[in-house]
Design a protein around this ligand. Structure first.
Ligand SMILES: *Cc1c(COP(=O)(O)O)cnc(C)c1O
Length: 341
């Protein structure tokens, strides 16, 4: 198969439509078979649940070309399960793991020419999403739904590669206690745009959010979880019922404990402790791990000891191990790599 003529290493993180996407419809209590389409547009009622009351959730995962040429996804079963949790909370019909993985396999195979080659630094980003397509006018779950999955080739998430970034301690909250912070709902992102824009205009890459109830403990950023490395080499990550359960973070914890022999703690992290860590990273599918160089708060700036020039040694080791597993140069735990073709 001939690859598309794209300068893979120069790609940013943006949307570029590819040949095929998957679509399935839910009506009268069940999903149809679903299948591929070349149509990149969606036609729905003007009164669709997604348009009126934001009834929608999404996922994000990446497809890689491994060193041996295999095209694979990283733990897509966990994306399927997480989308079911999101669907439950938003009263949407669940997409079975079977349909989710079938959509992924069919769609990626049909778009194989768009999967960036091994060693290019680029990947094929996969965006599954589910939304209320049928009409509502009173506040109620929609009578019909659409599940879609498209792909787009992407380069590194943060411009300038893995240079440390500056964070702002946000004056806004991301997620209410007992709210929707633990699901991947579009609404969590709509309300983060304003604080995100404020941070960007003031020279920061991202916001750090604290817990909304007490504004004492670290939660996450708009789209990535935190991992902290203590001065004695322990990995600490915030435990909270209002952060999104990142698959990257869950994988890093296993790699740290089982492959690198590190001590790992999942617990509440007071903001007052942040100044004591040796390295700070953000983790998520898009960025894998991004190093944090500084955090500005009302009254000061925390300069992370690993500095503003490069990623610290422990995060570097973790990132190399995770990306090595994804690219097939390091053997990871059983079942983590889903071979597509
Ligand atoms: C998607 C997301 C993450 C990262 O999750 P991964 O499964 O690692 O990609 C972290 N925080 C939020 C708010 C997210 O939406």
């Amino acid at each position: 198969m001939e690859k598309k003529n794209i300068e893979w290493s120069k790609l940013g993180f943006g949307y570029m439509p590819v040949d095929y996407r998957f679509v399935a419809h839910w009506k009268d209590g069940s999903w149809d078979e679903g299948g591929l389409t070349k149509d990149a547009t969606v036609t729905i009622s003007e009164s669709a649940g997604v348009l009126q009351y934001a009834q929608t959730c999404f996922e994000g995962l990446k497809v890689y070309t491994q060193k041996n040429g295999d095209i694979v996804a990283f733990r897509p079963d966990l994306n399927a399960k997480r989308m079911q949790d999101s669907a439950d909370r938003l009263l949407m019909p669940k997409v079975s793991e079977e349909m989710f993985l079938r959509a992924l396999d069919e769609m990626v195979k049909a778009n194989a020419a768009w999967v960036p080659p091994y060693g290019s630094g680029a990947t094929l980003y996969i965006r599954p999403f589910l939304f209320g397509s049928g009409p509502v006018i009173g506040v109620a779950p929609a009578p019909e739904y659409e599940f879609r999955m498209f792909a787009t080739p992407v380069g590194p998430y943060f411009k300038g590669g893995v240079k440390p970034i500056k964070l702002l301690l946000s004056a806004y909250d991301r997620a209410a206690p007992h709210g929707t912070g633990d699901i991947k709902a579009g609404l969590n992102y709509a309300m983060s745009l304003y604080p995100g824009d404020y941070a960007h205009k003031h020279g920061f890459s991202e916001n750090m959010y604290l817990d909304a109830a007490t504004r004492t403990y670290v939660e996450e950023t708009g789209g990535a979880n935190f991992i902290f490395i203590t001065k004695d080499g322990k990995l600490v990550t915030p435990k909270s019922s209002t952060i999104l359960p990142s698959i990257t973070r869950r994988s890093i914890l296993v790699v740290a404990a089982e492959m690198l022999g590190m001590e790992v703690e999942e617990r509440k992290v007071p903001f007052t402790e942040v100044k004591d860590f040796a390295e700070i990273g953000l983790c998520g599918t898009a960025a894998v791990i991004s190093p944090v160089g500084s955090i500005t708060y009302d009254g000061g700036e925390i300069l992370v000891p690993s500095g503003m020039d490069s990623m610290g040694p422990v995060l570097t080791k973790l990132r190399e191990t995770i990306t090595g597993i994804q690219e097939g140069t390091i053997e990871g735990p059983a079942g983590w790599i889903h071979k597509i073709c």
